[in-house]
Every structure is written in structure tokens, then in C-alpha cells.
Design a binder for this molecule. Structure first.
Ligand code: KIV
Length: 293
């Protein structure tokens, strides 16, 4: 009887160099629009390195966000304000390599960090170019009002843009802390105006963070060309996003109300991503009675 050769496996992680995975259809803007039209929820998680990105992709997550939340979860900062463009490019390139190695299909979004787009539209374009060259398919920037002309400038030059309204962590000091936005009539009206301006400027996605569920449901109906992605914004958005460490329960503090630890009932990280995808698609996450304001 011949003995099977002993294989050592791949050291230091197990992303296969040339993927034997079956070909999957890459996620693109038209595909996201089709999903929205068909009433299928869009799933997004943050990732900051090759392995987690590859595993999330293999579990069926459509969008990977290289969030500047990496300042907190990877770099130990108190806010996202200290994250540089160089940091963002480094992590975006790592994630992009992870996706390429598994013939990944996810749509890759990179955050424009604090100070990389406020000076001028030209500065924003230069920063966006660096992120796109690092492997991003889309860039995300925070804020409304003054950002609309910048979004239009980028979109006209071929850079897909995701906007971000509600709790915008880069301006946490100006907002007076991590608190729900758009609760007052005036706050809701401003948020609505900003969202419509960003859609008109060409933003094709909009993260709504810590916004009342009713307001984000209404905004979703009013923004047919801009897919709303909620985090602490209730179940009425076109999709959901969670920060990787939060959804895997890698957290020593008290978790925010809108978070769910998908690792609690899973036996692997891939299983946790799959449970998240399943729960978002079947509407069981977020549960507005537990996770929304
Ligand atoms: O930086 C980030 O991770 C984000 C998400 C919270 C949406 O912007």
C-alpha cells in the first residue's frame, strides 16, 4: 500500500495562491443596482488585511470597506482623525491582494481619510487616485453640503463615490461625540437636503450612520440612484455595513446597540460572515426593536 504524501499545508494563513474556487460574477455598480431593483439587500463589512478580506469575499459579502476605523481597531487611536492617506493605501493594497489571490469578486471601497479631500477638489482627486491605484473600486468621503461639488468633480473624472452622512466619525469633535444624528426636525431636514445633493452630484452609495430608522427608510425611498447602506440606521436601507471587529465580537468594551456579534453562534469566522450575509438578506438583521433608534 502506498502512503499518501504528508503535506504541511500553507504556512502563515491559508489564502491559496491560485484559486480553485468556482468562477463567481464580480460585484459591480450595475450588479448592485440590479440587486436593489430585485429587493435583495447589499452586504458590506470592513476589512483591513488580505486574509479577512478573502474570507469575507468567499462567504458571499458583496462589498468590502477599508474603513478608516482601522485607526481605532488596528492602530489603537481614539478616533479616525489620525489615519493618513499612506495608511489607507497600505491597507487597501493588502485587501486588494487578498481578493485577487482568491479571484475575489467583492466591490472594494476605500475611505478617504481626514484631511485628504477638504482642501480642494484637486487635492481630493489626487487622494482618490492613490486609493484607486492601490486597488479600490470606489472611494468614500464624509459629510454633506460642501462635499457635493467634490463628489461631482470625482465622479465626472471616473471615480465612483460613496458618501457618508449621519454620525461622521472624522468630525466627531465638532459633533460633540458619537451620537445619533437627524433626530430633530431641523437635523432631519439638513440630512435629507445633503443626501439629495449628493445623489445629484453622482454619489452611487451613501453610508447612513446612527440615523433614526424611519428617516433612513424615507431617504432610501427618495434616493433611487444612490444605494443607502446603514450602520445603526435601522432595517429600511438598501444594505448594511458592520465593522469587522464588532461583528466578530473582538471587542473588550460595551458594544454599541446597533452591533450584533455574529461569531457567538458560529464555529468559524467564515461561518460568522455567512450568518451575517444570511441575516441581512432575510431581514432578521438589523432588528429595529433591538438595533435601531
Ligand atoms: O471607517 C469605517 O469603518 C466606516 C464604517 C463605520 C461605515 O466608515
Amino acid at each position: 500500500m502506498t502512503q499518501a504524501p504528508v503535506t504541511a499545508g500553507t504556512p502563515y494563513g491559508t489564502i491559496p495562491p491560485a484559486s480553485p474556487l468556482p468562477q463567481r460574477r464580480p460585484v459591480s455598480l450595475p450588479r448592485l443596482a440590479q440587486m436593489r431593483e430585485a429587493g435583495e439587500k447589499i452586504t458590506m463589512v470592513t476589512a483591513y488585511d488580505a486574509t479577512f478580506a478573502a474570507v469575507a469575499d468567499a462567504a458571499g459579502v458583496e462589498c468590502i470597506l477599508v474603513g478608516d476605523s482601522l485607526g481605532m481597531v488596528c492602530q489603537g487611536l481614539h478616533s479616525t482623525v489620525g489615519v493618513s492617506l499612506q495608511d489607507m493605501c497600505y491597507h487597501t493594497a493588502s485587501v486588494a491582494r487578498g481578493l485577487h489571490r482568491v479571484q475575489g469578486t467583492a466591490w472594494l471601497i476605500a475611505d478617504m481619510p481626514y484631511g485628504s479631500y477638504a482642501e480642494s477638489r484637486e487635492q481630493a482627486m489626487r487622494s482618490a487616485c492613490e486609493l484607486m491605484q492601490a486597488g479600490a473600486h470606489m472611494v468614500k468621503l464624509e459629510g454633506g453640503g460642501w462635499t457635493a461639488p467634490t463628489v461631482q468633480f470625482l465622479v465626472e473624472r471616473g471615480v465612483p463615490v460613496c458618501a457618508h452622512l449621519g454620525l461622521t466619525p472624522q468630525t466627531v469633535h465638532a459633533l460633540g461625540g458619537y451620537r445619533v444624528q437627524g433626530k430633530s426636525d431641523e437635523g432631519a431636514a439638513t440630512l435629507r437636503r445633503h443626501a439629495l445633493e449628493l445623489q445629484d452630484a453622482g454619489a452611487s452609495m451613501l453610508v447612513l450612520e446612527m440615523v433614526p430608522a424611519q428617516l433612513s427608510r424615507e431617504l432610501t425611498a427618495e434616493l433611487p440612484h444612490c444605494h443607502t447602506i446603514g450602520i445603526g440606521a435601522g432595517s429600511g436601507t438598501a444594505g448594511q455595513v458592520l465593522v469587522l471587529h464588532d461583528m466578530l465580537g473582538v471587542n473588550l468594551g460595551k458594544m454599541a446597540r446597533f452591533v450584533h456579534n455574529f461569531m457567538a453562534d458560529a464555529d468559524s469566522v467564515k461561518g460568522a460572515f455567512e450568518a451575517y450575509v444570511h441575516a441581512v438578506k432575510n431581514g432578521s438583521f438589523p432588528d429595529d426593536s433591538k438595533h435601531a433608534w
